[in-house]
Design a protein around this ligand. Structure first.
Ligand code: SF4
Length: 336
């Protein structure tokens, strides 16, 4: 059996930073540290942080009056949330990915220049709620599909700008943007691409690995947008069976005995420890040829906020997600 392992896969710089913020805050302030919404969309990560002392809530109103900090998730929050935290006298730490914050700034910039903002994204996703929440409701409209573009009826067709959610399918989004530009030729693009480097690289690696695969597995949680896009990408690229798995136990091992080529990737919020377990099980069960499908080499790192930088972070603090990497394969470069 050939196992094609995507590189890069798994954690991106924004997810790594957000988890570090929770771990460092627990070291600095002790338990509990409150986290508004899942810090990243991965059940394993959330459960791991709970055992360290993090308490997850959906709304600030669920937190008792406290001097312990509340952390906002990597997806970003509407402007009203920090204001609410201040009104409640909470100390807060914003773990919004810097690339999501950049999209917020670009949306605000469009409105400063008098443009109505079209946000391309998925209704109800926390990142979309956060980005729309930077603006008033009459300043922004959500478009999810090419059909939404057809139906959109602007007040002034020459005063439009768009941004996108960071974790969308690159191909689907370019179709929507093409339609927007066709209908509204003067629509302004954001000054930099909104879909982030991590989303693009992971999708490109899946495109390489999925060709001719009998099975393709993406490690991730069902509410992880970028993980679901990788499953779709594997199917479109030609994998006969593509599926999302939370961990090694969700792999349908009984069906794999006839498989010749299996692809493996992981969404940006899925920890390497889960991928290593899967690779190790493949190695123990089959005579395995390991191939790497490398789309890019990533060296991005995002620093945590200044007031946590003086807290030391040992490798052991992040071992619950990074593991010991027994497979010897680094997720960042796709090869050791
Ligand atoms: S997927 Fe992209 S935008 Fe989201 S946390 Fe990672 S780097 Fe940031």
């Amino acid at each position: 059996m050939t196992l094609r392992l995507c590189g890069p896969r798994g954690f991106c710089a924004g997810v790594d930073r957000a988890i570090q913020i929770v771990v460092l805050a627990l070291k600095k302030y002790g338990s509990p540290v409150y986290v508004r919404h899942e810090i990243v969309h991965n059940t394993y990560v959330v459960e791991g942080l709970k055992t360290l002392g993090a308490v997850f809530v959906e709304e600030l109103s669920e937190i008792p009056q406290t001097s312990q900090p509340v952390i906002f998730s990597a997806h970003g929050v509407p402007k009203s949330v920090p204001t609410d935290a201040k009104n409640r006298n909470f100390v807060y730490l914003d773990a919004t990915c810097p690339l999501v914050s950049k999209v917020h700034k670009q949306a605000v910039r469009h409105t400063r220049l008098g443009r109505h903002v079209l946000l391309i994204g998925h209704h109800g996703h926390p990142e979309v709620i956060g980005t729309m929440g930077q603006l008033s409701t009459d300043q922004v409209s959500l478009v999810e599909t090419v059909e939404d573009v057809e139906k959109f009826d602007p007040i002034d067709r020459d005063k439009l700008g768009y941004v996108t959610q960071t974790t969308l399918s690159v191909d689907d989004t370019s179709n929507i943007i093409a339609r927007l530009k066709y209908r509204f030729p003067s629509i302004a693009a954001p000054s930099a691409e909104s879909i982030c480097y991590a989303t693009t690289n992971r999708q490109n690696a899946v495109k390489k690995a999925a060709v001719g695969a009998d099975y393709f597995f993406v490690v991730g949680s069902p509410n992880s947008s970028n993980s679901m896009r990788l499953v779709e990408m594997a199917t479109r690229t030609g994998a006969k069976n593509s599926m999302l798995v939370r961990d090694v136990d969700e792999i349908p091992w009984a069906k794999l005995d006839e498989a010749k080529i299996v692809g493996l990737s992981a969404g940006a919020s899925a920890p390497e420890v889960l991928i290593n377990e899967i690779v190790e099980k493949f190695q123990s069960k089959y005579e395995l040829k390991l191939e790497l499908a490398i789309a890019a080499i990533e060296d991005e790192e995002f620093m945590v906020m200044r007031n946590l930088r003086n807290i030391e972070l040992d490798q052991s603090d992040m071992a619950f997600v990074n593991g010991s990497d027994n497979s010897g394969i680094s997720s960042k470069v796709g090869g050791s």
